[in-house]
Design a protein around this ligand. Sequence first.
Ligand code: MN
Length: 598
Amino acid sequence: MAKKKARVRLVDTTFRDAQQSLLGGYLRTEEIVPIAAKMDSLGFAAMEAFGGATFETQLVIHEDPWEFLRKLNKATPNTPIQALVRGQNLVSKRNFADDVVELFVKHAAKNGVDVFRVFDPLNDLRNMEASIAAALKAKKRVQGALSYAISPAHNLELWGSMAKGLVNMGCHEIVIKDTSGLLSPQATWELVTTLKQAVKVPIDVHSHCSSGMAPMSYMAAVEAGAEVLDVAMSPLAWGASQPAAESVVAALEGGEYDTGLDLSKMWEVQQDVEELKQRHIEHLSPVADRVDASILRYHMPGFMLEDIYHQLGAHNAADRLDDVLDEANRVRKDLGYPPLVAPIRQMIATQAVYNVIGGDRYATVTQELKDYLQGLYGRPPVPADHELRRLVLGREEPITLRPADLLEPQVEAARQQVRKLGFEPTDDMVLIHLMFPQLAPAYMRGPQPEKKDGERPVAISAAPPAEQPAPVAPPDPPLPPSQAAEFDVEVDGEVFKVRVTGTGVAVMPATGAPTTAGNAAAPRPKTGEGAVIAPMQGLIVKVPVKVGDAVKLGDVVAVLEAMKMQNDIVTTVAGKVSAVYVKEGEVVSPNQPLLAIA
Ligand code: MN
């Protein structure tokens, strides 16, 4: 059959989003590169294979992300490599100064990235400026991605104006990035139609099959004029991943949306990817490998619902589900309707649980929520509730400038730090030190012997929250496995909770424990005069006081990480610290005394 001119291009996500969504990102360089080499001739517009959460996961499993990129680039001379970059956070979870953004993008471009897909969880274009500018400076292709959301604040006019903003910033394509399969065919059609009217550049639709609607939405997308669709090779497609490449090629073949790809050339690669999946079958999340209709029922991302079930279970309060779901919608409204994308989605879920279980709305708030209200994550589509801001921030005014404008340059200090640690401060090394200081020491020590099959690598992020300057202090050593019970693998907005079996430790709030961290005015149960106790189970990430220090009411005496949230533990008595019972890196139980104040 004579092929028509291809009208729809396909981006393959097998080795980034797809493997991250289904297998937790555990594929190794030597497993990916030979298959990618075969895929190079298939005709994909690009292969998304770098950035997002894979960078961190590679470090966790002692793979070198930069070396991977170089090898992949060599093996795929015909297919551009695409990277996912979370604006000012790059591939990490906190804001970096512009000099770090520039170095990271330049280094990635130099080592093989041809297309940069830039997004921001709040769609705050200011958070995307520096990455986009750096990619343009490196003479690479740039996609501006819109984090898809459904809310009263997200109307077609807003999407259109954001797309225009991104094109004005120099983006070559606009991506509708639907991290959890919320896009319906009708919404897709309306949105693509709007964007086609607003901008002249190609539109790419990226969705996940989580709710089951994605293949239908893709059809609506091309009918409305979208030029690019994101797909994955079928063994790593469906479920929480993208629609299958083979299915989309076959579905569009022969018509005006023909992809130009030749199905008969795809079977060998499909077989290889199938074998790869079987080899990693123990990493396949059963939650991710299905259609989750509760997304359609509750209009929330599947991973947010999982998070809420999980937290309610930990509180023995599964019967409060409806209350918490209603409350999550109220909290989201209070926060100015942010997209339900990581890390804000987790923030809302946690706050909704606190608000319902605690009985008193916002009596307890996390540090992340305070930072959010202060504007350190950026601007939500509409301003956060004024009363809530007053309640949480008191007299403090939220910032109005771009969050990264608060940061001084960071690259030089990081270079010196790496040198001080006794290593050559190459760009590879310095960037890893900046992105994941807690994982850098293992990286610097060089390749490790491979872990036994079935043994899951473990990491608890001890990094400061998103808005702090990147640490240049000596990195913490990785936690011993006995203390690290669970870790999150993030997939461009979706977080998988991975629990290590056999330890019995979970970084979760304990059953019925009052959660009072983060708010100086909140009451706290006491086990004895002057004892500061853990309000919930969690990981002590910081004890900023020592024996003999004078503390006053409301001072932060410990920082406890639970459910990836850092909670300030404050003292409700004034006096002198007479004893410190816990160390940084220790996992504590609810009501466990942390320190004593005399
Ligand atoms: Mn995705």
